[in-house]
Design a protein around this ligand. Structure first.
Ligand code: DON
Length: 304
């Protein structure tokens, strides 16, 4: 397996030059496009890592997956999906238009920024407490108490978040947010700044692949939670590239602008990938290619 992972990293390395690291959050512009890492964990707990798989990076939009988990635990499916939709979208992740989609009265899905802010609003607690509860859930899932916020990234995003502020204030104006706008935004910036490496991400993937079961976590509705979240990852997790990604890769995945990809192959693998050079959709350009090749090599496509 290590040999295969090494080969895939090597073969996709040139692609990094065809993408760009995110720079609308200033600190993300400092990432090195040639840092590429991958970690795969199988259902028996075997771990395979290659490249910069222990390099820490911020979750950014990948946090939307675990935030949805927590909002569902706090509120139940009915309440959550009365406030945010389950529809894939062709809008980019930071679409202002999606705050109130033309044919519905709520954001289209929990993976796009507008929907994710509604999800953060639904998480129990005030202000920082929301993000701290999410951080603790992630520490539990990964059994890694050292996972924490990257304060520099948090401040970097908070200081330059005009677009997200516009989305949040529009949501509030449309009566789609209950809480204080700045508190919701602050919790959202904090959740995006949670820092992990590929191994931690693979553990989250494995938790989903294992139907939301872990030795230290027993949820009554774990099975239902896993299928719901995997379905949303599959239809919305790679933004307006999700359809093409489902055809090419066929593995429920979620990307973040720092270059991470979280992937879960039901009953088989959890996968974490890092490659900060992004394509036009805001997905890791190298990560998507590695997932495509890995899917062929290990027969991961869930639609086959
Ligand atoms: O809200 C933002 O713009 C970022 N904190 C997260 C966006 C993101 O990761 C989009 N992903 N590919």
């Amino acid at each position: 397996m290590e040999k295969l992972l090494g080969k895939l990293i090597q073969e996709s390395r040139d692609l990094a030059g065809h993408g760009r690291v995110a720079d609308y959050i200033p600190i993300l512009a400092e990432a090195c496009p040639n840092d590429i890492g991958i970690c795969i964990m199988d259902i028996d707990g075997n771990i395979h890592g290659k490249g910069s798989y222990d390099h820490g990076f911020t979750l950014q939009s990948i946090s939307k997956v675990m935030a949805l988990m927590l909002a569902l635990l706090d509120n139940g499916k009915q309440k959550v999906f009365s406030r945010v939709g389950m529809k894939p979208t062709i809008e980019p992740f930071n679409s202002l238009h999606d705050a109130r989609h033309y044919n519905q009265r709520i954001p289209s899905n929990p993976m796009i920024n507008a929907g994710a802010m509604v999800v953060t609003d639904l998480i129990g607690g005030r202000g920082r407490e929301k993000a701290d509860r999410l951080l603790n859930l992630i520490r539990d899932i990964t059994s890694n108490p050292n996972i924490d916020y990257d304060e520099e990234t948090y401040l970097s995003e908070k200081g330059t978040a005009e677009r997200n502020r516009a989305i949040a204030y529009l949501l509030k104006d449309l009566r789609l947010l209950d809480g204080d706008v700045e508190e919701v935004l602050d919790a959202y910036f904090r959740q995006c700044s949670i820092q992990m490496d590929c191994m931690d991400l693979a553990k989250v993937g494995l938790f989903l692949a294992n139907r939301c079961k872990a030795p230290n976590i027993i949820w009554d509705d774990g099975e239902e939670m896993a299928s719901l979240i995997l379905a949303i990852m599959n239809t919305c997790g790679m933004y307006d590239f999700s359809g093409e990604y489902a055809v090419k890769v066929g593995v429920p995945s979620k990307s973040g602008v720092a270059g991470g990809i979280l992937a879960a192959v039901p009953n088989r693998f959890g996968i974490g990938i890092y490659g900060p050079s992004l394509d036009q959709y805001g997905n890791s350009i190298v990560g998507c290619k590695i997932m495509e090749e890995l899917s062929k090599e290990l027969d991961l496509n869930i639609f086959r």
